[in-house]
Design a protein. Structure first.
Length: 643
């Protein structure tokens, strides 16, 4: 493998393999397969090409990956699938080291479209469609978002009305705001679409359901009643053919209803094993949570690649000389430059361990043979929502910082950072707007899950918050005996406690999360049906901070658990410093809260900043080891400034 610094043979460093194995997690085999098999032309594009060139190239690359079997990852083995459900999220991460247009395109085809057929459909749909979806013979779309309704899926306007006499459904877009938009694969390729609409049967409305709708004929022309539009040029993702669907009383066979959670008989009678429209809706959406797992993981992977490029460049680029020295200094030797990149590198490490845990939980709860676990599913949904928000914001921030760290060179197309920055921008709003997702996290923490599934409106939901709000935080640090011992062993408010004490760091993150949640609960406890909206709206800053603190604690907990599980030695010692930097730089970024609430003294606050500086300088000699351990396929880093 080429060196991350010079292009010559990399020095042997056992720590690289040990750290990479830990970061790869349970799906190391699939990650290594990707690193071994993938070639640049399979997943990369060229800067400056036209939209049509990009779309054609990405479609060809998708079909090539499907031919090599990558489309089968995560599908039911009974129908020719490979690996497991969680592995599909890992593959999405690995593909994000390439062109993100291709990553998103494959995510739409195999994750959203194919995943909906698998999760929401039944055997008749699996037998009819999965093989062609996995092989790319049948390209499709996931048509949920409407011009008037994105995050509020439960209020979609598209209607799906059952006609008893004809024995089929009538799909219709009744208003301009009901047009399906931003739909991947729609403008160019989709032959079939999973369309979400309000199901109406003779007995009345039954809420949002999904149905398979043919949208193009064999020649690629829209079918009667289907109007297809093109969203045109976007800020990023030029290879994804996002478009619109409008349906004018389109007839769809009754058998096309994806009926895993609700079905319509020939006589128009509706049946479901799940009572209550709300519970049915949230159960259906819960099965599609994989998309958010993928987006968060893919964004974090893109941030890793950006860091590798910027850190490599930082070890070679020289700027300004020190007194008495003729040669200019390498820019990564400057503390200011280290401050830009090393805390974000540390966060990337921490996020990797949290992402692995999230993917493992997804596999346990939704993989083949998994038994229903309603509470576990609700907990997973909250963690996924929060992780997706923090991971995508991290990617956007990190890639921009890396672009700046590379100066004008970072702005040149061939150096990859500009396109990555443009492509990841939308990650903050698709698969759920990040701000809305954090609100969902907080609401989940504040209410019992059984209440979430009831038919209560927002006022009732807020009004049922109890005094024991802290008890609803799931998977607290206390759930890991080894980490809890570290917490118990410290005297948190004692200024003599070392800042690199993992127990103290965990305590600080936990204190913030629990205090924010408890005080939020007290603010909202006075809610009534009349004032609930205003009360919740006025507390939204508190809501968002509470959710963010909860996810930050989850991230530190999982990173600490991974570190603690390592055998003692040089690799563990190095990871210890990395996690210290993540924890302390996070505390530093939120100093105001810790000072205002008495968790830091002025003296200790200044010491946090000094320690972050020390850690950045201590990690400077380790940059080669730390970047190689990330496992970004070297052949996919084609930026000239990285070599």
């Amino acid at each position: 493998m080429p060196s991350t610094l010079t292009g010559t043979a990399a020095p042997v460093d056992a720590r690289v393999d040990e750290l990479r194995a830990l970061l790869d997690g349970p799906w190391r085999e699939l990650r290594e397969r990707f690193r071994t098999e993938i070639e640049p032309e399979m997943v990369l594009g060229e800067p400056g090409r036209s939209i049509e060139d990009n779309r054609a190239r990405v479609t060809g690359q998708l079909l090539n990956l499907a031919e090599k079997g990558y489309g089968r990852v995560g599908f039911l083995t009974e129908y020719g699938g490979e690996y497991d459900y969680g592995a599909s999220c890992v593959l999405f991460e690995m593909q994000a080291y390439g062109d993100l247009s291709l990553t998103v395109k494959t995510g739409v085809q195999f994750g959203l479209f194919g995943g909906a057929v698998q999760r929401l459909g039944t055997a008749r749909h699996h037998a009819a469609y999965l093989e062609d979806i996995m092989t790319g013979k049948l390209l499709g779309s996931f048509a949920m978002t409407e011009e008037g309704h994105g995050s509020n899926v439960q209020r979609l306007e598209t209607t799906l009305t059952y006609d008893v006499e004809a024995g089929d459904f009538v799909l219709h877009s009744p208003t301009p705001s009901s047009i399906k938009t931003y739909i991947g694969n729609a403008a160019r390729n989709a032959q079939l679409a999973v369309v979400f609409a309000q199901l109406i049967v003779p007995a009345g409305p039954q809420g949002v359901h999904a149905i398979l709708v043919p949208v193009r004929d064999g020649d690629g022309k829209p079918l009667p009643g289907v109007t297809i539009g093109d969203n045109g040029p976007k800020a990023g993702l030029p290879g994804v053919d996002n478009g619109t669907f409008l349906f004018d009383h389109v007839r769809v066979p009754r058998e096309n209803l994806l009926n895993a959670y609700g079905d319509v008989a020939a006589d128009g009678s509706y049946t479901s094993d799940i009572e209550g429209e709300n519970k049915r809706f949230f159960t259906m959406l819960g099965t599609l949570v994989r998309g958010r797992v993928c987006v968060g993981g893919g964004a974090a992977a893109s941030a890793k690649k950006a860091l590798v490029i910027a850190l490599r460049y930082g070890t070679a680029r020289r700027q300004f000389e020190a007194p008495g020295v003729e040669q200019e200094n390498v820019i990564l030797d400057y503390l200011a430059h280290q401050r830009k990149l090393f805390p974000r590198l540390a966060r990337s490490y921490a996020l990797s361990f949290a992402q692995n845990e999230l993917t493992s939980r997804l596999q346990a709860l939704q993989g083949e043979g998994a038994q229903p676990d309603e509470q576990g599913q609700r907990e997973l949904e909250g963690l996924v929502a929060g992780m997706k928000a923090l991971s995508t914001w991290h990617a956007i921030d990190t890639i921009q910082t890396c672009r700046e760290a590379c100066g004008g060179a970072g702005y040149i197309g061939e150096n990859e950072l500009g396109q990555m920055r443009a492509d990841t921008d939308v990650f903050a709003t698709f698969e759920g707007d990040n701000t809305v997702l954090l609100q969902l996290v907080a609401k989940g923490l504040l209410t019992q899950y059984k209440e979430t599934f009831s038919d209560l409106d927002a006022a009732d939901l807020v009004g049922l918050i109890t005094r024991q709000v802290g008890d609803t935080i799931v998977e607290k640090t206390a759930g890991r005996a080894g980490l809890q011992k570290l917490v118990d062993a410290v005297t948190p408010r004692n200024d003599e406690t070392a800042l690199d004490n993992r127990g103290w760091q965990l305590w600080m993150f936990r204190e913030r999360a629990e205090h924010l949640l408890e005080t939020l609960g007290k603010r909202l406890r006075k809610a009534t049906r009349e004032n609930a909206f205003e009360l919740f709206n006025n507390a939204q800053d508190h809501v968002l901070e509470s959710a963010r603190a909860y996810i930050e604690e989850f991230i530190l907990t999982e990173a600490s658990a991974a570190w603690q599980a390592m055998p003692k030695g040089p690799a563990r010692d190095l990871l210890d410093k990395v996690i210290d930097l993540y924890a302390l730089s996070s505390i530093e970024a939120d100093k105001a809260w810790f000072l205002e609430h008495g968790r830091l003294t002025d003296k200790r606050s200044r010491l946090v900043t000094a320690t972050v500086n020390d850690l950045c300088q201590a990690l400077r000699p380790e940059v080669d080891t730390l970047t190689r351990a990330l496992g970004v396929p070297d052949q996919l880093i084609v930026a000239p400034i990285a070599h």
